[in-house]
Each structure stands twice: as C-alpha cells, then as structure tokens.
Design a protein around this ligand. Structure first.
Ligand code: GDP
Ligand code: GDP
Length: 437
C-alpha cells in the first residue's frame, strides 16, 4: 500500500525543516530541537492517528541553476502540487503576510489541492492576532504552531490527515508483479520501459475511475502479468523537476512504495555514484525485492574481466544489498534483455516465499549446533524457536530467553545460514528477536 504524501511548502526561513524534523521524529512530543538543521533530509515517513504517510520538505529540493528565491519557492510549490496529496502551506507569524506568501497562495488555490495553512513561530499562544491575518489566504482556519516549542503540531497533523484522500486499495491482482524502475536521470529508464514493452500489446486496464492506469503500464509476457509503475513520470521529459536530483528521489520513493520488485538502474558507461546508493537504500529499507540492472552495456569497452570487475565494484558499493542479483544489458540494442524478466520472476517469488516453521527450525538448530550463541555478561543466549511471520519481505521472529544479549553478528550469522538454506535471492530478510513469553 502506498503511503499518501504530505508536502510542506513556503518561503525560506518560515520553519519548514524544523517542523519536518519534528514530524519524522519517532515520538513527536519529545523530539529535541535540532540546531543547524540538515538540508539533506527532505523525505521521511510518519504516522498520526493511525495513518501512515510520507512527508516532504520541498524547501530542501534544490532547483538547479535557480538563485532567485522566489522562483525556487514557486517551483517547489509546483512539485508539491504535482506530487502531494495534501499541502501544508507554512507562513511566519513574526514576519506577517508577505507578497511572496500571496503569490504561492494563488498557485495553491488554483491547483484545487487540499491545503492546510500552518502559521509558525507562534511562540506565545496569547498572541493569536498574528494568526488571524492568515485567514485571508482563503484556505480556512490556519493552524498556529511553534517549531521551537513543538506546540500545535498535533493539531496541524490532525488537519492534514483529515484532508487526506480515502485510502485507495491497490487495483492490481495478487498475481501481477509490480515493477518500479529507478535510477538517476539519463540512466535509461524510459529506454528500458520501451524495450520491455517492445512489440507486446499493451493491455489496457479496464479499471475505470482510477488514476493508476494513467501512470502505470501493464503488460504480459509468457503468461506472467506485470505492471510497470509510474511510467508516465518517465515520459514527462524536459520538465523542471526532471532536472533536479532530489526531485527524482522523491518520485522514486513513491514508485518504490508501490512496487514488488525494484529495478535499480546503473549506468554501465559511467559507473556508480552516490546518488545510486541513496536510491537503492530506499528500496532496501522499504523491504522490496531488488535487481541491479547495469544498462548501456553496449558502449562499455569489454574484455573477459570487465563484467567481473564491475560486479566486484558494485558489490563493494552496495554491501547492504548483497542479495540483489545483477543483470547486464543494453536497453538500446536489447542485448541480454531477455535475461531480465526471468530474474524479475525469480526475485518476486523469493520475496513472497514462506518457509514452514519446522523446516526453518531445523536450519536454526543446525546453525546453533555448529556455532553456539555467544554469552553476554555471563548469560548465554538461548534460542527457543523461530517462525516466519510475514512475506514481502520475508520476516522471521526468533524467540529467545533474552533479546538484549542477541548480538548483531550472531543475527547476521543466522541470516547467512537461513539464506544458505532458502536463498531468498533478491530480497531483504528481516529478523526480529523476541523474548519467549
Ligand atoms: P525553512 O527554511 O523554512 O526550512 O526554515 P527553518 O526550519 O530552517 O527555520 C528557519 C529559522 O526559524 C531557524 O533559525 C529556526 O530555528 C527558526 N524557527 C523555526 N521554528 C520557529 C518557531 O516556532 N519560533 C521561532 N521563534 N523560530 C523558529
Ligand atoms: P532516463 O532519463 O533514465 O529515462 O533515460 P533515457 O531512457 O531517456 O535514456 C537517456 C539516454 O541514454 C538516451 O539518449 C538513450 O538513447 C540512451 N540510452 C539508454 N539506454 C541505452 C543503452 O543501453 N545503450 C546506449 N548506448 N544508450 C542508451
């Protein structure tokens, strides 16, 4: 299920990142004020009143080549209008209403997106006069908040959640593999989409009234149904947000959320860069199956060692995703393209694999017999049993006498043994230890 997106929009210095950091903090009420707020973190997730959502600080989206502040703010608002389900429009009580606020307000107003006005820096709730002025923006009752004191944020989230659209259930059947293609601009995402669709007849979705079918592309191959997630985003080329790195991260996050299998495209010609790692990390954290696709392999000068060296480099750079298979291909010449879908099918199967409890426990017992659990502070870890509690990704709970003394390295040892027995190719495996009650 994809999480709805809340975007924070507003002039610089109104307190967007301060509020953003408070919202993504684990426990809203006790989050410390963070001086020198980092500009890196622009995307996070939160939960309020039982609704999970993702939240974006559009102020952190750098618009390349744009120095003029007002233009940046306008473009950030444009991104929010395009991507968000609800927009928090933040203004500054101390500064009062400015011309820039007015201009952004008009853009938001025309978009017909749900908007909540947050009046920040209301450090003293006795001085509500500063807030009433913002009624004039035309978005209903403004919510008074203080990023410094952490006040009003609950009310703000209440208002935002109330305006979220009803949760839409995924429109695709269980047997459809949802595939997202992610990677930096120009890596070849649109080319790969076209190559995959090839001559195949694109099956037109008959589900009316959804926007999903407008942005996703379903197709079928060898009896297996797939849907390529958010392919429309790849077609909207040349638009301003395509040129901003951080924006593509935002778009990728949404696509990853909705996917079963994530194809992480790497430019074989240029090699691996940091941005590739950030995006791949999201797929891992989101618990999706992943495949590395090294594209543009046609233009790489090769000898018999090239693929091996690239593989080693990739593994070094993505230690945390050792499980993801690598496919080398060319979207342009379609060289080795036929190798891709079988790998997608395989990791999708592994992602959904369910291991019977007794089989799992045989493996755990063997692992424990070969390499007994460590002692910690004179206490030995005792493993009672393990059971798989979820799939997509496979999630295993290990019941022990004392979870505190389960060491990270022993957990990794168990994961390796579990993988040695069941593969789980292409998928993260989540292990949790619980006290046996
Ligand atoms: P952004 O540019 O909109 O992301 O704004 P920041 O979150 O970076 O905040 C800009 C400045 O306003 C920082 O110096 C914050 O400490 C300050 N600030 C944020 N919230 C409040 C608040 O509620 N009251 C006061 N007085 N200052 C705040
Ligand atoms: P996107 O921004 O990730 O969607 O990338 P595109 O699919 O638009 O491709 C960017 C550029 O790379 C285009 O000029 C493509 O023709 C080129 N390209 C894509 N795939 C390949 C490939 O496998 N080999 C070569 N040589 N060029 C490619």
């Amino acid at each position: 299920m994809a999480r709805p997106v809340i975007a924070i929009v507003g002039r610089p210095n109104v307190g967007k990142s301060t509020i953003f950091n408070r919202v993504i903090g684990d426990r809203l009420a006790i989050v410390e004020d963070k001086p020198g707020v980092t500009r890196d973190r622009i995307y996070g997730t939160g939960e309020w009143s039982g609704r999970a959502f993702s939240i974006v600080d559009t102020g952190g989206i750098e618009i390349d080549g744009e120095d003029e502040i007002m233009k940046s703010v306008r473009m950030q608002a444009e991104l929010a209008i395009e991507e968000a389900d609800v927009i928090i429009f933040m203004v500054d009580a101390k500064a009062g209403m400015t011309h820039a606020d007015d201009e952004v307000a008009q853009m938001l107003f025309r978009s017909h997106k749900p908007v909540v006005v947050a009046v920040n820096k209301v450090d003293n709730f006795n001085r509500m006069d500063d807030v009433y002025e913002f009624y004039g923006l035309g978005f209903g009752t403004p919510v008074a908040i203080s990023g410094s004191h952490g006040t009003g944020i609950g009310d703000l989230l209440d208002a935002a959640i109330e305006k979220l659209p009803e949760q839409v259930d995924e429109v695709y059947d269980e047997d459809v593999i949802r595939v997202a293609l992610i990677g930096r601009p120009n890596v070849g995402k649109s080319s790969l989409v076209n190559a995959l669709l090839g001559e195949e007849r694109v099956i037109v979705s008959d589900i009316a009234g959804t926007t999903r079918d407008a942005i996703d592309t379903p197709f079928e191959r060898d009896g297996q149904k797939y849907v390529l997630i958010d392919t429309a985003g790849m077609r909207k080329r040349g638009k301003v947000y395509e040129t901003t790195e951080k924006y593509s991260v935002m778009r990728s996050m949404k696509a990853i959320e909705r996917a079963d299998v994530v194809l992480i495209l790497i430019n074989g010609e240029e090699g691996i860069i940091d941005q590739d790692k950030h995006i791949a990390g999201y797929a891992h954290e989101a618990g999706k199956a992943s495949v590395f696709v090294v594209n543009k392999w046609d233009v790489v000068e090769k000898d018999e060692k090239t693929m091996q060296l690239f593989t080693e480099d990739l593994r070094d750079n993505f230690l945390f995703m050792h499980y993801a298979p690598i496919v080398y291909l060319s979207a342009k010449t379609k060289q080795r393209l036929h190798k891709l879908l079988p790998v997608v099918n395989h990791v999708s199967e592994q992602h959904a694999l369910r291991i019977q409890t007794h089989v799992l426990n045989d493996v755990i017992s063997d692992a424990v017999a070969i390499n007994p659990p460590p002692t910690d502070k004179g206490k030995r870890l005792r493993i009672n049993y393990a059971t798989q509690v979820a799939t997509k990704p496979p999630t295993i709970v290990i019941f022990v006498n004392d979870p505190e003394i389960m060491h990270f390295s022993y957990e990794r040892y168990l994961e390796n043994k579990i993988r040695a027995a069941f593969n789980f190719d292409g998928t993260p495996v989540r292990l949790f230890t619980r006290r046996k009650s």
